[in-house]
Write a protein that binds this ligand. Structure first.
Ligand code: ADP
Length: 524
């Protein structure tokens, strides 16, 4: 117990030998001062030398220890005073004692204050060390590739350029490309983690390395511009070269310090996105290819109805030209009737031309402009295109149009392609229905103040339960010769214009596909 209390008086900053030596010297000095002060008749303030004892103790003791030694020295001073002078001492002896006590008190106060500062400093230092250790652990164990790089020189160089009146750094670097290489040479690697070694190889991560993996592309120029402009954060895609000489596309993220002096340790993070970019590119290409293929397939399916469609205006043109000839052969010719027949021929030729034009633009790959579309009219036209197929498959088609339908702003041919796709799917789904009449019901209605809804319902077997969640997944199909891209393409075309496409089963049987299209308030 006593041991414990005594141990609280010592700070244990130094070695035991050092503490013991200092303690011994302080003890001897205290005894000597006490002896001289008590048993000799010196006329100087010898007790002031207790200050040295206190200073020696200050190096090896805690605050409590310092306080205890200060009290002890004070008590010894008082004891010596009363022992040698009694209560009736002269004023000079009293003043020597007071000076000694004052010196002891001031020294003790200063020592206690410095001890408090020291304790605070030690606390802060420990917190700093802990935070540094935490940072190191995160740095080393992160799966992201991390570098600590020294940007001091490159920053100083860029600031020199700024001071030399360079205003547009990008422009300057374009006309002085050797400056980019120079800047790369200024960058040093301070440390790198395991993720960085995996990404670029060990050589690129050695301390001092840096230049060898930086590619002087636009992203690096952007990085320099960020430093030049004093940005605190930089993020971009860029290229890096591995130890093996392979170029990788990475997402680079850098946090630049606000303090100019901290540029010697800038953390640079990189994520390899090479594979992701390649996959994404392949996906975009595949999607474009499939869109073209689907368009061509739709056009192929349309060719039969196209022939059927053209038959009608061409037949009418033949009939009208014969009538026209008959009116001309009359004597005298009936010119008014000739005029009427010629007008009908022009109208029918125009229709035939429109039908051909429609099919041609459906096959072309050019981006088509959006236009205001009257939905009832579009459905009518689409039905006309499909009519022949519906007749062959014995399908009864019905349109139900609600009130207050507004024109929508969309690409006519795309919307028509969506309708044809959904109607074709409905038709194919009902191919095996023999027990009841096949029916497709298309409903046009205002959904709310911002949108209209086109729903296409069939009375086929409905969507298989397991297919509902995968309907819009690319290449999902339940048909032997299906591609599984129709619904995916329809949905992406609609979503690109702010619309939606959903599919579900109707409670009374059959599948329903719902197209939601946005309308604008000033739409008329
Ligand atoms: P595909 O027609 O080439 O199969 P889609 O993307 O158009 O590609 O359709 C995907 C799948 O969705 C179809 O294979 C089918 O299983 C299901 N499906 C689509 N429309 C209907 C429908 N009207 N009734 C039942 N199932 C449907």
């Amino acid at each position: 117990m006593l041991d414990l209390r005594i141990s609280r008086l010592f700070n244990r900053r130094n070695t035991v030998g050092h503490d013991a030596a200092l303690g011994f010297v302080a003890g001897v000095l205290a005894v000597a001062v006490f002896y001289v002060d008590t048993f000799t008749s010196t006329r100087i303030a010898i007790a002031v030398l207790y200050v040295i004892v206190l200073l020696l103790a200050g190096d090896i003791m805690t605050r409590a220890g310092i306080l205890a030694i200060a009290c002890l020295c004070g008590a010894l001073t008082l004891f010596s005073y009363f022992y040698s002078h009694g209560v009736d001492s002269d004023i000079s002896a009293l003043s020597r004692m007071v000076v000694s006590i004052a010196a002891l008190s001031i020294t003790a106060a200063l020592l206690l204050r410095s001890e408090a500062f020291r304790a605070e400093l030690i606390g802060k230092n420990a917190a700093l060390r802990e935070s540094e250790a935490r940072y190191r652990a995160i740095f080393n164990e992160a799966r992201v590739a991390l570098w600590e790089r020294d940007y001091t020189m490159v920053r100083a160089h860029l600031m020199n350029l700024k001071a030399a009146a360079v205003e547009d750094l990008r422009d300057y670097l374009r006309s002085n490309p050797e400056e980019i290489v120079r800047c790369i040479g200024f960058i040093r690697t301070v440390a790198a983690n395991e993720g960085a070694r995996e990404l670029l190889g060990p050589k690129a991560c050695e301390p001092g390395a840096g230049r060898n993996f930086i590619v002087p592309d636009n992203s690096f120029i952007d990085q320099l511009v960020a430093i030049f402009c004093g940005d605190t954060h930089f993020e971009s895609k860029g290229n890096v070269t591995t130890d093996a000489g392979e170029t990788k596309l990475v997402l680079i993220s850098i946090r630049f310090p606000e303090d100019d002096d901290a540029f010697h340790r800038v953390v640079v993070g990189m994520i390899d996105i090479t594979q992701r970019e390649l996959t994404q590119q392949a996906l975009v290409e595949a999607r474009a290819e499939l869109t073209r293929a689907s368009r061509a397939a739709t056009a192929g399916a349309l060719s039969a109805s196209l022939a059927h469609e053209l038959n009608q205006p061409l037949g009418a043109i033949v009939v009208n030209s014969r009538t026209l000839l008959r009116w001309l052969d009359r004597d005298p010719p009936d010119l008014a009737a000739v005029h009427r027949s010629a007008e009908r021929m022009i109208r029918d030729s125009q229709r035939a031309s429109d039908i051909i034009q429609n099919t041609r633009s459906m096959l072309s790959q050019t981006e088509r402009p959006a236009e205001w579309i009257d939905l009832e009219k579009l459905v009518e036209e689409t039905h006309a295109l499909m009519e022949h197929e519906f007749q062959r498959s014995a399908i009864f088609f019905e349109t139900i149009a609600g009130a207050d339908l507004q024109a929508v702003n969309a690409v006519r041919l795309e919307l028509q392609q969506v309708l044809i796709n959904l109607m074709t799917n409905a038709m194919q789904a009902m191919a095996d229905c023999r027990h009841h009449p096949r029916r497709i019901e298309l409903t046009l209605e205002r959904k709310d103040e911002h949108s209209v809804c086109i729903s296409i319902r069939d009375n086929g077997p409905g969507i298989p339960e397991e297919a509902i969640a995968k309907l819009f997944t690319p290449f999902y199909t339940t048909k032997a010769s299906g591609m599984g891209m129709g619904l995916t393409i329809c949905r992406s075309m609609l979503e690109a214009k702010g619309g939606r496409l959903d599919g579900f089963n109707h409670p009374e049987g059959g599948a329903v596909f719902e197209i939601i299209l946005p309308i604008e308030d000033d739409n008329v």
